[in-house]
Structures are given as C-alpha cells and as structure tokens.
Design a protein around this ligand. Structure first.
Ligand code: BTN
Length: 267
C-alpha cells in the first residue's frame, strides 16, 4: 500500500505538502509561476487558512482527512460548459465515496456539498481562470472528512466517514486512488469535448430531491419543494405556500437550513 505522497496522477507524482495556508491558493500560484499546462493535484495534510464557499473557512484536523486541489487546464472550454464540467466532478466524487462505502449513501446538497445521513462530510470549492468567455483552467478544491471524530461546536452538521461508521475501516489512500481514477477519466473526456450534462444522474444524487427543504434567501426563511437541477445547471424550487417556481443559479444566493428550528445553522 502506497502512502498519499507516493500517489501518481496521470503517471506523475502529486505535490504533497505538510501544511499550507490553502491548497486552492497554493495551486493557483504554482500553476501561474511554473506555467503548468497539464492536470496536477496538490495535497496538504493541514491548512492554516482553508477556504470554503461563501467566504467561509474550512477547518480540518492535521493528517486525518483529505485536503487537496486539482488543476485542470481547460483551453477551448466556454464559460457555459462550467455547469456540466463541475457536475461531472461532483458525481465523480460521489461515485468514489459510494465505492468506499460499498453503498449508495452519498447525496449532493446543491451545488456541491457531500452529505451522508444528513451530515456534511465534504465540500468543494471550484474557482476558475476565465478570459472573456473562455475558461483557461479550473481549480477544484476538495475537503473530505475521513478520520476526524471531533468537530468544533459551531459545526454541528459536520461529520466524517469514521464518525458516521465507527465499525468500518476507511483508507485515505484508497479514497484518493478512487477519486483520482475518476478525475482522470473526466479529464480525458473533457479533452475530447464529449461531456454532456446528465441531469437525471445528478438528481439521483441530489439531497432531498422532490422533498421539502428550508432555505434562507435574502434573510427570509423559505419552505420549498426541491424539484431538482435543470438542463442549465440551475436549481429549481417551488414555494410551498404559493407554488411559485424559481431557479437558483449560485450557491451564494441561498443558504440551506438543515435544522429549520435554528436559524443559526451552518451549511
Ligand atoms: C465548502 O465550503 O463546503 C467548500 C470547502 C472546500 C474546502 C477545500 S479543502 C482543500 C481546498 N483548499 C481550500 O482552501 N479549500 C478547499
């Protein structure tokens, strides 16, 4: 069994670090300084300034979880391709997790939180280098909680594979191998421009698909039916009280409330 530092991605060693402020920030600088034009992965055992969605932080104990960023050069991709490309990566992550669990337990909370049994075990931060309408490259940062048992008090919806399934054995190296194999597959298809939006498949992973969800939008609490993701990659919702349908296009527009009785919830 190899260690994480020995893993190969497209036959090249990944960059393995003990500690870094944020793997997403590091990879962007690394790619730019070294003019990298091939896919790479930068893994770190710890982050001192891990970044999450909506300007939040990402906190993770040293050496227990997976913290890494993937760079994918994307020349020739239009900005309109981003929903399909991102969805493919989210589903690849979900597939790798299900493979490690040997069960279909992973759900994706739109757009890119990874949920098992109503607990968040991972999240993705995708950043892009865009010029005009063209994507130059994608930086995908994944934080996945594997062995961490204790979480800060205010992260009451966070959990890890080991915390949820204490009697099972999880292996970070195996998880990384599964993830990287799935990423290589997508990147090869991306190069040949053969990716297609597969809304039906994404919606099978969607957390609380066709169920009631409670959201916060512009400070107000909304109770909606989750109608799933549309062909354009937007999230379609229907207000329970008025049956008015509306689309959400960016995770910054809504906040998911796991526990509707508490409006101080984290997502
Ligand atoms: C979220 O808010 O759910 C997204 C979390 C993304 C965290 C990962 S950890 C590796 C990479 N580096 C960062 O600074 N953030 C991402």
């Amino acid at each position: 069994m190899k260690s994480i530092s020995e893993l190969l991605f497209f036959q090249k060693p990944i960059v393995y670090l003990d500690s870094v402020p944020s793997t997403n920030d590091f990879i962007k600088q690394f790619v730019s300084e070294k003019s990298i034009n091939f896919p790479i992965i930068i893994f770190s055992e710890f982050q001192t300034n891990g970044r999450g969605q909506r300007g939040k932080g990402w906190i993770s104990n040293a050496g227990q979880n997976l913290l890494f960023s993937l760079y994918v050069p994307c020349s020739g991709c239009h900005i309109g391709d981003l929903p399909v490309i991102s969805q493919e990566f989210y589903m690849a992550i979900a597939d790798a997790l299900n493979a490690s669990l040997s069960e279909d337990l992973i759900r994706i909370k739109w757009p890119n939180d990874f949920i098992i049994l109503d607990k968040k075990v991972g999240g993705v931060l995708i950043e892009t280098a865009i010029q005009h309408d063209q994507i130059d490259g994608i930086y995908l940062g994944l934080g996945l909680n594997v062995h961490q048992i204790d979480f800060p008090e205010d992260l009451k919806d966070a959990s890890s594979l080991e915390r949820l399934f204490p009697s099972r054995k999880f292996c970070r190296v195996e998880l990384m191998k599964n993830l990287m194999r799935n990423f290589e597959n997508i990147i090869e298809r991306l190069e040949f421009h053969t990716l297609k939006l597969n809304v039906e498949r994404y919606n099978k992973f969607l957390y609380k698909f066709k169920e009631e969800v409670v959201l916060r939008m512009n400070g107000a609490k909304l109770v909606c039916k989750n109608l799933g993701v549309t062909e354009s990659g937007a999230w379609l919702l229907e207000k329970i009280d008025t049956q008015e349908r509306f689309e959400v296009h960016s995770s910054s527009e809504v906040e998911f409330i796991y526990n509707p009785d508490s409006m101080n919830d984290r997502n």
